[in-house]
Design a protein around this ligand. Sequence first.
Ligand code: ADP
Length: 236
Amino acid sequence: MIELKGLKKNFGRLTVLDDLDLEIPSGQATGIVGPNGSGKTTTIKSILGLVKPTDGEIRIDGELVNNRWEYREKIGYMPQVARYPENMTVEELFRFIKNIRGDQPSNEEELIKHFGLESELKKRMRTLSGGNRQKVGAVLSMMFNPDILIFDEPTAGLDPRSSVQFKKKVRELKDQGKTIMLTTHIMSEIEELADHLIFIVEGKIKYHGPMDELLNEHKEQRLEGAVAKMMEEEAA
Ligand code: ADP
């Protein structure tokens, strides 16, 4: 379980996360939604140790992880926009990352096949299409079999077939008992993949709970309707 307690982040005078309390259950998928700039990426980056919280506690499986970076080995992260060594070929990049990880066991071959990246392996990163870059990011996030996977807008830029491949993989990871966090603006994707939903507005949690309870509460069949109602309530 990932627990955030009183998490706060200020960038200068701007409060981006305002006393966030969250429990993200293990072995399930949690979707994070909210308007642009509401603090979703900052929340994720705080968990990853890429952003230093101004205040608050982050625990993973009960252990306080603030300023202790070893826990990051447990997490696979697929960022919204990734920077790579652009002159490396795809296969050089995978080898490079494996070297950094001390040749830890990895299943990149199966993932390369799953995402259909075989034809891209000899190409330099800078020549890849946006969608194929995303797929490389997906492979990197999954290849060391992490317990926790965090995906920031993972299917933005993927064609429908690749997006289906990605979702299939996420379902497999869920079946293996992995803990998954995912942000997306595509509500149907959350419906397909997530068990829990976090709705965040201006750095505050407005809803956190099981998907089905949210739909019941708002008498909606579809998440889009329920989220739209919550956004309207916020704007009122
Ligand atoms: P979301 O992922 O929900 O779109 P973000 O977490 O990226 O939102 O951003 C939340 C707010 O924090 C935005 O107003 C953004 O401009 C601001 N912000 C994010 N990173 C920084 C930074 N490094 N410096 C200053 N402001 C930042």
